[in-house]
Ligand binder design. Sequence first.
Ligand SMILES: [Zn+2]
Length: 143
Amino acid sequence: MPKVVSRSAVSSSTDAQPTESSAAALKVYYCLCGEFILVIDKSLATLPRRKTDGAIIIRSQDSDAGKAIVFKLNANPIDPVLLERKGGHERQYRFSCPRCQLLVGYQSTPPPVKTGPYLYIYSGALTQTQGQVPHDAFDGENA
Ligand SMILES: [Zn+2]
């Protein structure tokens, strides 16, 4: 008498959930106005932040320190600003939301995005849920 037990064990594997593809792992972030701003293969919550302003650091070029993060920014470049920092000045080439002009981030080199080693996203500027204010939107309001 043939055993059918092993056959049912094999067929059960077809019921397994499909493995998460890289596309499914992409995260999408929106401006507070609901405009799509950023798609990225890492959660912003897991990325390091700048000590100076708390901005989220996205590595946009490969370097000795690590590989570039895969992302696409949907934002308009606007006029750069010169900020005073401890020990010198810092030029920021800023990007704003195409719909409401809210500042979403900046980099240290002229546009387009990814011409510099890093892209910085303002703390609280983006949310993963359309139409919902991120929990850290008011962080550093008095800074
Ligand atoms: Zn917006």
